[in-house]
Design a binder for this molecule. Sequence first.
Ligand code: WT7
Length: 639
Amino acid sequence: MDLQIKSFADYQKTYQYSVEKPEEFWAGVADHFYWRRKWNKVLDWNFKDPKIKWFEGGRLNITENCLDRHIYKLGDKPAIIWEPNDPNEAHRVLTYKQLLEKVEQFANVLKNNGIRKGDRVCIYLPMVPELAIAVLACARIGAIHSVVFGGFSAQSIADRINDADCRLVITSDGSFRGTKTIELKSIVDDALVQCKSVERVIVLTRTRTPVSMIKGRDVWWEDEITKVETQGNPACPAEEMDAEDMLFILYTSGSTGKPKGVVHTCGGYMVYTGYTFANVFQYQPSEVYFCTADIGWITGHSYIVYGPLSQGATSLMFEGVPTWPDAGRLWDIVEKHKVNILYTAPTAIRSLMAAGDSFVDNKDLSSITKLGSVGEPINEEAWHWYDEKIGKGNAPIADTWWQTENGGILISPIAGITPTIPGYAMLPLPGIQPALFDEQGNEIEGNGVSGNLCMKFPWPGMLRTTYGDHERCRQTYFATYENMYFTGDGCLRDENGYYRITGRVDDVLNVSGHRIGTAEVENAINMHSDVVESAVVGYPHAVKGQGIYAFVIAGNHHTDENLTRQDINKTVSRIIGAIAKPDKIQFVSGLPKTRSGKIMRRILRKIAEGEVSNLGDTTTLLDPAVVEEIKAGAEQLRG
Ligand code: WT7
């Protein structure tokens, strides 16, 4: 069996085979990887507990698949091309040979600092090659990485470190984003006040902002590398892992409580990310592939690091932002490195589209052959602009639908092979069995229907548990519909059986492709001493996809509403991070509640969307008058 699907007929045949004989199918895919020892059993599962085990008894190390096995043929091929924030700084290229060397070196640094198989390591770094190196070095020795996106606050880092009991943190002095310098180490220092488990902090030099290095706890990355070099044996053999050993934890928001640590394991995740990367993007050996995500999110884990590297691809990583020095930055990078495959997010497309075509019209984008989109539904206008301006009408767009919990892409066009329709994720990849359900728990069969999107059957890349709390995993994903994985998304299956994701059906927001729980934002807002109560909903936002709209009941210590708004924003930045700051804050005297005290979010959502003419039935409200007041206030806020 070939790894790559070659035609639409091939897709149909492969899909059918994958559903009829999933274990045979996935064993065939897994044969394309390097195993120290073959598995005893392809799959052992039930969605009740849930129990999900792929390739049990198989032994491997994912870094041998991403690095060592390519060295003979691809040793001098660029594995990572790194483009810095500032276009005037030199870019860097790491060949497969060089990347392996650096990963082994840093793996030895981790060992020198007491890290062993199974230990948890928190990584809080900018988008520099050392981030990929740190991730792979953990995987090399079987340490479990927990990467925290650089936009999260000290409090968020502390929560994540404590939840996973991390022993070590890897960070840098600072990070560059456009014209800004962010003091990462200082944020880590604030976090660590609350973290007893951390024994060591390794600090990479990036911005040379002053940092406080604590004796006995903090060491410099560069000094530790020198130590390894003088120890004389730079190699670091890969730790042999069981297929179901943990590879990493990545925290993600849900509709309730604190973020959960989504757990992915070595074997299944490797097979799934490698397979989907090779297929969705139809990667060819000489191509340069550029994913604009941050490694702090799942897209970066799966489709900057593990997927592309396991396939021997050249993966371009970018430190900066698409709009600095100007809105042509991504197109400059495409031109400079002759990028063939570009994978980005609708929010980036919309913001560059809004900046005007002058930033793209004079760029040479002729190298581009395939495009990808991820993170949120892509609106038709953005899809067409991407297609016409960037793909020049002949680069297929893969609108890839998936989630942190999925490990890799589930529903997506296969570039150039399966059809595309603007706004549609189209067809499930081989091995993926979607099903739609109504609110009563009945499956909705046939075409031309909508419902809540579930998965009937496991795939190798799916989450295994939520760290330290298996019951929460069961509750969140496996309890809504019997024997189903519930995605939390609404979905349409059209007359032809093509899927269109319509957005979350739970209280989870998607702001610029970042997942944020409304309850989490409410909790953060409620921490502010002047706030009595709050309710947060999403509303359509031209660039971000969704904006955050907060209805807040505040005490009146200050009469200046704008100051109170700033105070609230500051509080949210402290508790979660700037990415969760409300776009709009409306002060209200009460919230629409049922007699049992439940906030009627449906009404607030409509008001936030500006759709006040038909609010539905409000007679069950405790105090229907409050709705009129909120409507008037919203009108005023829109001004
Ligand atoms: C949620 C997952 C894994 C990708 C990065 C976001 C939404 C993601 C699409 C798409 C429509 C999409 C869904 C999903 N989403 N991709 N192509 N079309 N919606 O990962 O933070 O885990 O969020 O993002 O609502 O449930 P995430």
